[in-house]
Design a binder for this molecule. Structure first.
Ligand code: CMP
Length: 145
């Protein structure tokens, strides 16, 4: 039984989409679904509902609604932990020390601007995949291009 996870390229990495997708397939993941979206503030609040009340929540929500994101369903053995390993530690500055070849080390800047997201467990992956691929197209995507 192959597992799945939800991966997302954050708004700070629009210009690195090709390199990040290349890293994902080179690492042995299959991409079963992929879509661009532009979160509304409300979409971002819902997606990150578990972080409501944390000091970084509002900044995270505003950042995630600031530009286009790319969401992917990734398929592999142990997809959740393998994708988390490829991403590296949450904080890009920590990633540059502890996992210098990870995506967050290479493409992240700091704080919430950490290049990519990954589900923390199979149940989160199911919730996030259903949420993301169920979103209606947002006209903001067209307005921004
Ligand atoms: P992500 O994997 O998308 O899950 C929650 C996000 O919150 C995380 O990546 C970061 O973007 C952000 N985040 C978590 N902790 C902090 C923090 N201490 N400061 C700023 N942003 C954070």
């Amino acid at each position: 039984q192959r597992g799945r996870t939800f991966a997302m390229i954050k708004p700070d990495c629009y210009s690195h989409i090709g390199k990040i997708v290349d890293t994902i397939v080179t690492a042995g993941f299959r991409i079963s679904h992929m879509k661009m979206a532009h979160f509304t503030i409300d979409d971002a609040r819902q997606f990150y509902a578990e972080h409501q009340g944390k000091p970084f929540y509002n900044e995270l929500v505003n950042f995630m609604a600031s530009d286009v994101v790319v969401g992917m369903e990734l398929i592999a053995e142990n997809a959740v932990p393998r994708w988390r390993e490829l991403m590296g530690p949450t904080n890009p500055n920590t990633a540059r020390v502890d996992a210098p070849r990870s995506l967050r080390a290479v493409f992240g800047t700091e704080g919430s601007h950490n290049a990519v997201h990954g589900s923390d467990a199979p149940a989160s992956a199911t919730r996030e995949i259903n949420f993301f691929f169920g979103l209606q197209a947002n006209p903001a995507v067209l307005n921004n291009c």
